[in-house]
Ligand binder design. Structure first.
Ligand code: ATP
Length: 228
């Protein structure tokens, strides 16, 4: 059964419509790659799922309608977002950031710092003093300490040095193999996505235009819709 089910999702920013019918599912334990060129609606879809913007259509999580819920209730149901732009509380320490949204479950600070040892080394430092890669790890760590059933990673490797990107991809692979957490990923790194994602969903102008196994994503499709 699908944990997240999105059907014919539409959303607008004021008078400007951004989503015109997004279809997307993520099953328990599945890693899904949400793809499409810039501006095609990936972040908007994620914001609607997390109830940060209004939307219409069908949107359910574990069979429950998400539409009536505010964002904190969606988070409490088990949707954890590492947002684009890795927003952290800059004046709080790493440990305080990780504690801020924590909920009971296996993902406590100790487990997050085992996954990202650099965060353990810097646990008493203010978030503002971290490198971009460390801030990104902190953003993922914050999503994990909410103990989500679905983790959403929006551009988690964007703009980072290759070695840091590699650390993040390896953490994602660990999450997949050791926890079986459902993950929805937006990223531009096709090769790394191919290694970790089970399925891809492609958006074009706010609509789902293709979905299938990651292995079935041909160069034709990526040339046409992903622009790599
Ligand atoms: P990117 O990789 O560039 O973030 P994306 O696929 O995530 O691309 P969205 O950010 O979801 O795309 O944008 C979808 C459409 O909505 C675009 O046309 C964009 O210009 C528009 N849009 C996004 N955010 C806003 C906003 N806050 N106000 C108005 N329009 C917006």
């Amino acid at each position: 059964m699908s944990l997240l089910r999105v059907e014919n999702l539409t959303a607008s920013y004021g008078a400007s419509q951004a989503l015109f019918g997004v279809d997307l599912t993520v099953a328990e334990g599945e890693v899904v790659s949400l793809m499409g060129r810039n501006g095609m609606g990936k972040t908007t879809t994620v914001k609607a799922v997390c109830r940060m913007i209004p939307s219409a259509g069908r949107l359910t999580f574990d069979g429950r309608d998400l539409h009536p819920l505010p964002s904190h209730a969606a988070a409490r149901l088990g949707i954890g977002l590492s947002p684009e732009g890795r927003r952290c509380f800059r004046d709080l320490t790493v440990a305080e950031n990780l504690a801020a949204a924590a909920r009971p479950g296996p993902w406590d600070i100790a487990r997050v710092t085992a996954l990202f040892p650099r965060l353990g080394e810097r646990r008493a430092q203010r978030a503002a003093s971290l490198s971009g890669g460390e801030q990104q790890m902190l953003a993922i760590g914050r999503a994990l300490t909410t103990n989500p059933r679905l983790l959403i990673l929006d551009e988690a490797t964007e703009g980072l040095a290759p070695i840091v990107r590699q650390e993040i991809w390896s953490a994602i692979a660990t999450l997949k193999s050791e926890t079986g957490m459902a993950i929805l990923i937006i990223d531009k790194a096709l090769k790394e996505l191919s290694a970790v994602a089970d399925r891809a969903v492609i958006l074009e102008r706010g609509k789902t235009v293709w979905t299938g196994p990651m292995a079935a994503l041909t160069p034709d499709l990526t040339d046409r819709y992903v622009g790599v």
